[in-house]
Design a protein around this ligand. Sequence first.
Ligand SMILES: Cc1cc2nc3c(=O)[nH]c(=O)nc-3n(C[C@H](O)[C@H](O)[C@H](O)COP(=O)(O)OP(=O)(O)OC[C@H]3O[C@@H](n4cnc5c(N)ncnc54)[C@H](O)[C@@H]3O)c2cc1C
Length: 320
Amino acid sequence: MANKILVFVEQVEGKIKKSSLEVVSKAVSLAEAHGYSTEAVTCGKEVDASVIAEYGIASICCYVNNNLVHYSGSAYRDILLAHLDGGEFRFLFAANTSQGRDLLPRLAARTNSGMLTDCTTLEIDEQGLTGTRPIFAGKAFEKAKVVSPLQFATLRPNVFEALKKPVTPELTIKNVDTINEAEKVLEVKGSDGKIDVAEANIIVSGGRGMKGPEHFTLLEELASHLGGAVGASRAVVDAGWRPHSEQVGQTGKTVSPSLYIACGISGAIQHLAGMSSSRYIVAINKDKDAPIFSVAHYGIVGDVFEILPALNEEIKKIKS
Ligand SMILES: Cc1cc2nc3c(=O)[nH]c(=O)nc-3n(C[C@H](O)[C@H](O)[C@H](O)COP(=O)(O)OP(=O)(O)OC[C@H]3O[C@@H](n4cnc5c(N)ncnc54)[C@H](O)[C@@H]3O)c2cc1C
């Protein structure tokens, strides 16, 4: 009898991702409401399961092997396929991050399962999962349902709350001894310890209006005052001013922070697709007709080179 919800928990460089803990919490609350049991599964070179254990999950299974140090789509797929075999799981959830978006479709295709992506709401009824996700750059919401025996969903980061719950989960560590060398990912470009833009609660994002890479120090300063991350438009990434890991939008990352400050960004539809579900959007742009103002909760019509230094100065004063 399939009575378990499985959550794929991501770790990067040995650290558990906050977005996965949000998924764990959502799985735990759905399980409690509908009489399911929960399990977290994670893969890595070594995994510190104690972080996952704080979020109310009933059991944790860690697959470890030196060759699993970095995410590998095919290696992780094979491990998860074997883990799902046996019919005890009804659902598999993951965060809608690049790993979740890569792994779950591979598994769904192999198991002939239905899948919901980028959910901002997720419910369970007799048939299974119903989820909502923003479409057309957040202008509309699509409600979708899956009816297959095994059902998958990815959840948008920063939408569900990660809630600590005191339980002592059952922990299993499994050494994986057969990882094909060809499946091993040798290197992943490091994030230099910066907050991942997809996980950040506050994002200070810059566009072509910043005029050049050297002026992003203004955004870095503001982001560091606020404890946030720096984001970028595609124009800026294409120009080589900022790394692709910071790109927000249709071909970059989808973000849902509490606060998104768009500086010198016009608000093209492809950019809005990645950030319009942010809780509060502040736009700074010298063109009062820029489309970014149509989604902004607060707008400042003005020059970023006047406003950002003044803002940094004021925040510095308040903090001191
Ligand atoms: C298939 C496809 C996918 C795409 N994917 C993405 C994506 O993922 N993410 C993304 O961002 N874009 C994406 N784009 C590109 C998108 O269409 C826009 O070209 C891009 O977002 C524009 O970036 P921008 O706002 O930085 O630049 P611009 O559109 O050039 O806007 C610059 C803005 O800065 C303002 N400005 C200039 N000087 C100042 C100043 N001193 N002070 C204040 N404001 C100032 C201007 O008024 C203007 O509004 C995609 C396009 C396509 C076709």
